[in-house]
Design a protein around this ligand. Structure first.
Ligand SMILES: [Ca+2]
Ligand SMILES: [Ca+2]
Length: 225
């Protein structure tokens, strides 16, 4: 029994290091019956990313990027989460953007749709010209939260996978790629994270961690005998 709990503890440590940094993609809210104002919302969604990592003890960082691509500016970012998970947001760093805490509108546009039910607990806003938002591939904005009492990066990833924690983007000044029909220039659209699909490399690393832990447990058992 002692060996088992030791192995389980090792597995938790290994698993949290496997999930040290995770990328999440976004879905156009029209996928849930929301608006698709630009007409290219689902295509545009592919170029947005948020990297989730813990770079300092007791905190979690969310780094947003836009692989332009199609001309567009991530202008408001929203977080919908349980207050026990994390708290006290700050704009940790930004390159090529000018975000401030709080947003207008305060909730993700379209988030009230009964199929989406997004209610923001924190938000940041790049007020003014689209260039103040994340509108080039070189731009990035990193928002840092304090982890809640007893919470770890693994809890953040679990909540994102379960959909109990979601992030929303409001994207303005959407351009129309040449030759694309049904696209309306200058429109805005909303996007949300959905449950994560781990990268194949993550699965491989996790499988290796489990195999290694089991091997250690077997060795320990045989030593006891
Ligand atoms: Ca909420
Ligand atoms: Ca910018």
């Amino acid at each position: 029994m002692k060996n088992f709990s030791l192995a389980a503890g090792t597995l938790v440590l290994l698993a949290s290091s496997v999930f040290a940094s995770t990328d999440y993609k976004f879905l156009c809210v029209s996928a849930f019956g929301g608006d698709n104002n630009s007409g290219i919302c689902t295509t545009l969604a592919n170029q947005f990313n948020v990297n989730v990592n813990s770079n300092a003890a007791g905190t979690v960082d969310f780094k947003f990027t836009n692989a332009v691509g199609i001309q567009s500016s991530i202008s408001e970012i929203y977080f919908d989460f349980d207050s026990s998970l994390m708290n006290t947001a700050s704009i940790f760093s930004q390159v090529g953007t000018d975000f401030t805490l709080g947003a207008n509108p305060p909730n993700l546009p379209g988030g009230n749709n009964p199929n989406i039910l997004f209610s923001a607990d924190e938000a940041v806003d790049a007020v003014g010209n689209p260039s103040k938002g994340i509108d080039t591939a070189a731009d990035s904005t990193t928002i840092r939260f304090n982890l809640g009492a007893g919470k770890t990066l693994a809890d953040i990833n679990s909540a994102l996978a379960a959909g109990t924690f979601r992030m929303g983007l409001h994207v303005r000044a959407i351009g129309c790629p040449a030759g694309v029909t049904g696209c309306k220039k200058g429109e805005s659209d909303s996007f949300v994270t959905t449950g994560v699909v781990p990268e194949p490399t993550t699965y491989a690393a996790l499988a290796a961690a489990v195999a290694g832990t089991l091997a250690i447990a077997r060795r320990r058992r045989s030593m006891v005998k």
